[in-house]
Design a binder for this molecule. Structure first.
Ligand code: ADP
Ligand code: MG
Length: 354
């Protein structure tokens, strides 16, 4: 049984469409990330799932119950969902333990049950030593763990997280990604996690739904999204790929700046325009002319930055297309110098026609 199913979910505000026909099936116990740039409709989708807003069209079904439709929307408090916002909103006058236990108290559980559940969640969230502190006496990461513990302790069927780490500094954010995944593995609540951060989605998600302009552009496990982006948008957004434009010569080869390149990804149609995505670190750069020119392109270095562990090159092809290339740091090729780029055929992914 699907835990949460979105069917053609749409939300319009006047003329503007925030969510445009999103269909997504989230299995019980799965963690799905909605990943996309600011304004693509992530928060609106989450608020629709939580029941804070009503859809203009489409449905949200949980199990066999329709929770949202334009005709009828079950209120948030009747949904058995917990939502965590960007700001943790802990109660400042309550201790950690009181904050976490609050949801159990209003559900009128008996004292022994509350004690037992509280103890278990404080231990899992590594908060035992902090139980008697007030939020003002905690670091950002600790406050975030309290807010997670508070959401988890009521055993929601569904957990909704909206950019939960965006208020933390970079180191802590990285640590908390693993923490969220660890808690998910422990409790297996069906989770919808909203973020604009690729690494956060990669670390936490079973499935990533890449969103663009209110729509899901691609849905799949992190590795598949990364290895086989289907559109230019996904290729650019995930892993900053270069996009090259050429014309198909036959089923596999593309003519690009006067050179034939072999490609992968789909069967091409001779004469059609083709966009290829190639990642920066998949391109090799050399100052000397190689023996075989198979899948090589001539270029000129336009810029070069030494970043310590790598060198980041910008190069221009004969047709002035610019590419980014990440190379080992040892070899230093100066701007203005002619180079050869090797683009392995298995990394030249032909994207779907727009
Ligand atoms: P994200 O969370 O991906 O940044 P949102 O879901 O918050 O994006 O917003 C999606 C689009 O819908 C944006 O263009 C936003 O301006 C618009 N939007 C969101 N809420 C409202 C609202 N209450 N009224 C009008 N427009 C809204
Ligand atoms: Mg948002």
């Amino acid at each position: 049984m699907a835990a949460v199913e979105l069917k053609g979910l749409t939300k319009s505000y006047g003329e503007s469409v925030a969510v445009a026909g999103v269909s997504l099936r989230i299995e019980h116990g799965q963690l799905v990330c909605l990943l996309g740039p600011s304004g693509c409709g992530k928060t609106t989708t989450l608020r629709l799932i939580a029941g804070f807003i009503e859809p203009s069209a489409g449905e949200i079904v949980v199990g066999d119950k329709v929770l949202s439709s334009p005709q009828r929307t079950v209120p948030p408090e009747a949904r058995n969902m917990s939502m965590i916002f960007q700001s943790y909103a802990l109660w400042p006058h309550m201790t950690v333990a009181e904050n976490v236990a609050y949801g159990l108290k209003i559900r009128k559980l008996d004292k022994a049950a509350i004690e037992a559940k509280l103890k278990a969640i404080l231990s899992t969230a590594r908060l035992e030593a902090l139980a008697d502190r007030y939020p003002g006496e905690l670091s950002g990461g600790q406050q975030q763990r309290v807010s997670l513990a508070r959401a988890l302790v009521v055993e929601p069927e569904t957990l909704l997280l909206d950019e939960p780490l965006s208020n933390l500094d970079a180191n802590l954010r990285e640590e908390m990604r693993f923490e969220i995944r660890r808690l998910h593995d422990r409790y297996r609540y069906t989770t919808v996690y909203v973020t604009h951060d690729q690494a956060e989605a990669m670390t936490t998600a079973d499935l990533i739904a890449v969103m663009n302009s209110g729509k899901i552009e691609q849905l799949g496990p992190p590795e598949e999204i990364y290895a086989r982006p289907r559109s230019e948008f996904v290729a650019r957004f995930i892993g900053g790929a270069n996009i090259l434009r050429g014309t198909a010569l036959d089923g596999t080869q593309v003519s690009l700046a006067g050179t034939a390149l072999r490609t992968t990804g789909r069967t091409l149609q001779a004469g059609r325009p083709v966009a290829l995505s190639v990642r920066q670190h998949e391109i090799a750069i050399a100052a000397e002319k190689p023996q075989s020119l198979d899948n090589h392109l001539p270029a000129v270095v336009t810029r070069q930055v030494f970043l310590g562990s790598v060198r980041d090159y910008t190069v221009a092809l004969d047709d002035r297309t610019e590419l980014r290339v990440t190379a080992p740091p040892g070899r230093d090729i100066a701007p203005g110098q002619a180079v050869w780029l090797h683009l392995p055929a298995e990394q030249c992914r032909a994207l779907a026609e727009e």
